[in-house]
Design a protein around this ligand. Structure first.
Ligand code: MEV
Length: 434
């Protein structure tokens, strides 16, 4: 089980040992482990069935975030990301949160919104009332479209009509179909339902149905995570716990008040969110679109998270955002790594996955704010960044750490300097053994 996962220092282990420990902790069989680690990756043939003009696949680093406890369950989280510090940051903040009981996460029913745009209607209010008077019939028709989904308890939930009174082409009507897609991301289910209903809606309204497409502003399908970081967990180096806590709250206030900062603040949240979304084969563009639209729902773009303190002085955080992820269908089904990632986390529903993702987003946000409010972001970044520079300059695996250390020590973390050092080492090989 993953019960003691937080006690392991993964960063001290070799690649092989990390894999062995992960497999043991999460009880993964060899096939699942190989899929997870990319040693048995998505094949070019599989890719050829997924997209047009495929010529191969493209790999990214996959790491495992530790210390996450979501609703009382310890979970190892796969993250796919090219940016250094993200996985370490999430794991470290999850450890601080662990001391406060971990993350408490909730999610709404997996209800997506599909939109029909209705043009060429003279009396919009009359057409709206007419459509609404056929609501039961339309919902009934929508319910018969996907019997499998219906059997699983999904299907249409509501039908709403909105009047868009001003647009570049004049006023028009929009019908929203609210559709419970259960464990799917739901794009196919809802788009099929919309296309099926469209002719009937056109006939009822007397207008012409133009677009039939889901909305990525999935504000019916929200996930929310909360955590409490015990005050004493926040002190480090010369920073008192109160200084760190108040610094984090002030940093959040900046994002709450200013869209320029909020964009970066939310990007930090998405570092964590997208990495898990990608690792599970989900559509990260949909999640990005939903997140930023939700952040602007008041008419002013703002922070997706909140930070404050409780009556005991502990730091408290919340994150709420749309989370349209699935565990069935699409790439989640086809991609062996995505399947393995879901197994690693032992998620049994899309809602379980959503709760983990939003917890990772909150942890990632905390990692960024804690660094920014204290020593700055570069200090933590530089070591890892230097390793990337070392690799980019052509360092062999046994040279990477040494070269990175030298670059940091020189304060010159640049490819040209890395290449220069490698050249010096190749000319004086005796000075270059680890
Ligand atoms: C970098 O990828 C993310 C941060 O800029 C987020 C933030 O500023 O909150 C560090």
């Amino acid at each position: 089980m993953t019960k003691d996962a937080h006690k392991l220092k993964f960063y001290e282990l070799s690649l092989a040992e990390k894999r062995r420990q992960i497999a043991a902790l999460a009880e993964l069989d060899d096939t699942t482990l190989a899929a997870l680690c990319g040693t048995d990756p998505l094949s070019a043939e599989q890719a050829d069935h997924m997209v047009e003009n495929a010529i191969g696949t493209y790999a990214l680093p996959l790491g495992i975030a530790q210390n996450f406890c979501v609703n009382g369950r310890d979970v190892l989280v796969p993250m796919v990301i090219e940016e250094p510090s993200v996985i370490a940051g999430a794991s470290f903040m999850a450890r601080l949160a662990h001391a406060g009981g971990g993350f408490t996460a909730t999610s709404n029913d997996p209800v997506m919104i599909g939109q029909l745009q209705l043009l060429e209607i003279n009396d919009l209010a009359k057409a709206r009332d007419r459509i609404l008077s056929y609501k039961e019939e339309l919902l009934h028709e929508a319910a018969s479209i996907d019997p499998v989904l219906a059997r699983l308890g999904g299907g249409p939930r509501d039908l709403q009509v909105r009047i868009i009174s001003e647009s570049p082409v004049g006023p028009f009507l929009v019908v929203h179909l609210l559709y419970d897609v259960r464990d799917a991301m739901g794009a196919n289910a809802i788009n099929t339902a919309l296309e099926t209903l469209a002719p009937r809606v056109a006939a009822i309204s007397g207008g012409r149905v133009h677009l039939r497409i889901l909305s990525n502003l999935a504000d019916q399908r929200l996930a929310k995570a909360a955590c409490t970081i015990p005050l004493e967990q926040l002190a480090f180096a010369d920073y008192s716990a109160e200084t760190v806590r108040d610094g984090i709250i002030a940093a959040w206030a900046f994002a709450a008040a200013d869209p320029y900062r909020a964009a970066t603040h939310n990007k930090g949240i998405m570092n964590g969110v997208d990495a898990v979304v990608l690792a599970t084969g989900n559509d990260w563009r949909a999640i990005e679109a939903g997140a930023h639209a939700y952040a602007a729902r008041s008419g002013r773009y703002t922070s997706l998270s909140t930070w404050g303190k409780d009556s005991a002085g502990n730091l408290t955080g919340t994150l709420e955002m749309p989370m349209a992820v699935g565990i069935v269908g699409g790439a989640t089904r086809v991609h062996p790594g995505a399947q393995a990632g879901l197994k690693l986390m032992k998620v049994e529903s899309a809602a379980d996955l959503a709760k983990i993702i939003v917890s990772v987003g909150l942890a990632q946000n905390l990692a960024a704010l804690r660094a920014l409010a204290t020593e700055g972001i570069q200090r933590g970044h530089m070591g890892l960044h230097a390793r990337q520079i070392a690799i980019a300059a052509g360092a062999a695996p046994d040279q990477v750490n040494k070269l990175a250390e030298q670059l940091v020590a020189e304060g010159a973390i640049r490819v040209d300097r890395a290449a220069e050092i490698l050249k010096e080492w190749s000319q004086h090989p005796n000075g270059n053994s680890d």
